[in-house]
Design a binder for this molecule. Structure first.
Ligand SMILES: *Cc1c(COP(=O)(O)O)cnc(C)c1O
Length: 421
């Protein structure tokens, strides 16, 4: 046996000693063509369906059938306050206080709502720092706010890796913030870069942004449910995330927004208002004047989609049971195991571009395969692996601690090693 075989052999005992192994049974794992469960490594794109989701949604369908409009008050989980049933568990996933978190809309919509309130260009202080390789939606949104304020697109500063490097150095991020201090209005970074898998030092970036006099916000699409976050303690101003990736709420699932408690009563901030952000006590008096709720809830606009909330609630109940600290502990082992197996595949074309420092990544590894045959990825897929191919030459794999096993990792390494030859 070579080293790779020996290490793959360890998967069974690693699974056996994994305290979270039973959570896998709570999920519906898609099957490959041969009828086996596939190796599902795209929880960073669309998380799997909890077995309980159907019942959570059916309960609302049943209450709607039984009660009609009365369900708003008399459903088992009344629809009027339904989003509140998710607040505490959602807040706990991101390290927030309940007043700081709300579940609503979709990610990019929430980003726009946050920028309306928190991107406040003032004279020379108008620049926005983002990542060069940011998810396109973040760039489009940022540029559209510059345009909305009549500011030149050059006010967008894009952090790029150094020549010959693929990820950003924290020092370079902090230095750029510092150098632009006099003109900086907003720092808007991802929590984890979707392409490279690099996790940023959100605490240091927030401090540096504040020292520069700027507002600091994060797009946590790839961080929520993946990393342990402490948004409140880190003093982050705002954050947004989606729930269909690591949070398993299903395609197009309802998203989240975070507004730090110190802004919870900043009623003078401009905001795009709607009746669901209005004070609950007087909302149904239907008066002409908007009086926002304190906290993140005050940014709601419309009454929310109950079936989507039900799906997210099913998943958050599982997160609550497992707990982010335990999930992260397993995640470090699972991804570390994957990294050590890839290192045994003796092929110079393979390079992991995700940082090797576990503090600088979540569960995802992005594997560059130089000069790969065009059909390599298709053959990996045909072998029962669901991964993600990004042009020109990167395979992204995300073993998630809730439902992936060490055996999944071993199977993937075996397939990659066999097919790369
Ligand atoms: C997935 C993802 C999005 C998707 O935006 P939607 O508004 O949910 O369609 C946005 N930003 C980042 C960083 C993402 O990873």
């Amino acid at each position: 046996m070579n080293n790779l075989d020996e290490k793959i052999h360890l998967a069974a005992s690693l699974d056996e000693s994994d305290p979270l192994r039973h959570f896998r049974e709570r999920f519906l794992i898609p099957k490959a063509a041969d009828g086996r469960e596939c190796v599902y490594f795209t929880g960073n794109s669309l998380g799997l369906q909890p077995r309980t989701t159907r019942a959570y949604i059916e309960a609302e369908l049943d209450d709607w059938a039984r009660l009609g409009v009365e369900g708003h008050l008399h459903a088992e989980h009344p629809w009027l306050p339904y989003h509140e049933f998710l607040t505490e568990k959602m807040a706990s996933v991101i390290g927030a206080r309940p007043i700081e978190a709300v579940v609503m809309n979709s990610l990019t919509v929430n980003l726009h709502l946050m920028l309306v309130s928190f991107y406040r260009p003032d004279g020379r202080r108008r620049k926005i720092i983002i990542e060069k390789g940011a998810f396109p939606s973040d760039r489009y949104a940022s540029l559209s706010h510059l345009q909305f304020h009549g500011i030149e697109p050059e006010a967008l500063i894009e952090l790029a890796p150094r020549e010959g490097e693929t990820t950003l150095r924290t020092d370079d991020i902090l230095r750029t913030i510092d150098e632009n201090a006099a003109e900086l209005a907003l720092v808007l970074l991802g929590g984890v870069n979707y392409y490279t898998g690099q996790a940023f030092d959100l605490a240091s970036i927030t401090t540096a942004g504040h020292n520069a006099g700027a507002v600091v916000g994060f797009d946590l699409a790839h961080a929520a449910g993946n990393l342990e976050l402490h948004l409140h303690d880190w003093q982050v101003d705002l954050a947004v995330w989606c729930s269909y990736k690591y949070l398993n709420a299903g395609p197009g699932g309802i998203a989240g927004a975070f507004v730090h408690e110190r802004h919870s009563r900043s009623f003078d901030l401009p905001r795009f208002a709607g009746w669901w952000g209005h004070d609950k006590e007087t909302r149904f008096l239907m008066g002409p004047n908007f009086s926002p709720l304190a906290g993140a809830e005050g940014w709601q606009i419309s009454n929310p989609p109950i079936f989507q909330l039900a799906a997210l609630r099913a998943s958050l109940d599982i997160f609550d049971e497992a707990g982010m600290p335990a999930l992260r502990r397993k995640s470090l082992k699972l991804t570390g195991y994957l990294e050590s197996l890839i290192a045994e595949i003796d092929d110079e074309r393979i390079e992991v571009i995700t940082p090797t420092d576990p503090d600088q990544r979540g569960c995802q590894l992005s594997i560059r395969v130089r000069d790969a045959e065009l059909d390599l990825f298709d053959r990996i897929s045909a072998s029962g692996v669901v991964a993600d191919w990004r042009e020109p030459d990167v395979i992204r794999v995300a073993p998630v601690p809730l439902y992936n096993s060490f055996d999944d990792v071993g199977r993937f390494a075996r397939i990659l090693s066999d097919l790369i030859r």
